[in-house]
Design a protein around this ligand. Structure first.
Ligand code: KIV
Length: 274
């Protein structure tokens, strides 16, 4: 069972890579959120999340890019080291950015090793059978890998933007074949993004390793969301996102109240001065 903040810290164990398979075997849903910095990593760790994903959505959500394509390995290393310093229980997974792994397994290993040295405990990369050799080499050399199928944002130019995948005839079977190739190569879990719930359920039931869904319905073995979306900080969100907070309004209110107090001279008051 996932420890919650209500449980004494001593009872919490670090979530490790083998707990992914254990969770699937026990039918326990996996919980994952993105994190891009030290503070949010601390908060989500305290909240009891199993996994923190230093997603390359860092590019969209923190750096203001309109896609993940410009994100560099150095960007990911900086964010990963900050998250790793804040996470004491959750497993820290770092995304391998576009251009850091696709061409050869050796390139993938060099890039993944830098992310692991920065503090990652696993890496995630996008794609199916074509990247299976990369997954095999990384896992053989001690780097746990999570796969990513369906809508893969690094290929958004080829896919025609963020569109639901796996709808056409035979697509579910093709996705399962890709997932099986990743599983065979050693992937510890597979993220399924933007696909009909029935397709994700079909893929999930055909695998030994867990799936973690995002916009892929309720039947995956776990769920992941971008934290700025689920907390209500993002200005807009895709249809599949449920917001569990109102952070944008809370921050606007806090910043406005602060500015008003400064302008009125009511802050700093004697209680906040030395
Ligand atoms: O970068 C990211 O946030 C991701 C999720 C969409 C799974 O890869």
């Amino acid at each position: 069972m996932t420890p919650t903040p209500a449980q004494p810290a001593a009872k919490r164990r670090r979530f490790r890579i083998h707990h992914l398979a254990q969770a699937k075997a026990e039918g326990r849903k996996l919980t994952m959120l993105t994190a891009y910095d030290f503070q949010t990593a601390q908060v989500f760790d305290e909240a009891g999340l199993d996994l923190l994903l230093v997603g390359d959505s860092y590019g969209n959500n923190m750096l203001g890019y309109d896609s993940t394509i410009p994100v560099t390995l150095e960007d990911m290393m900086r964010a990963t080291s900050a998250v790793a310093r804040g996470a004491h229980y959750a497993l820290v997974v770092a995304d391998m950015p576009f251009g850091s792994y696709e061409d050869t397994p050796a390139h993938a290993f060099r890039s993944a090793a830098r992310l692991m040295k920065a503090g990652a405990q696993a890496v995630k990369l996008e794609g199916g059978r074509p990247v299976a050799p990369q997954v095999k080499l990384l896992t053989e050399f001690g780097i746990p890998v999570i796969g990513h199928l369906g809508f893969t944002p690094q290929s958004e130019n080829a896919l025609g933007g963020p569109r639901i995948q796996g709808r056409e005839d035979g697509a579910a079977q093709r996705l399962l074949d890709d997932a099986l190739a990743l599983q065979e190569a050693g992937a510890a879990a597979i993220v399924l993004e933007l696909m009909p719930a029935a397709t994700a359920a079909f893929v999930t039931s055909g695998l030994k390793v867990p799936t973690i869904g995002i916009g892929a319905g309720p039947d995956c073995d776990g769920q992941v969301l971008v934290w700025t979306d689920m907390s209500g900080l993002s200005a807009s969100t895709p249809k599949f996102v449920k917001t569990f907070g109102n952070l944008r309004k809370d921050l606007v209110d806090a910043a406005s109240a602060y500015a008003l107090a400064v302008r009125r001279g009511t802050y700093p008051d004697p209680g906040h001065s030395y």
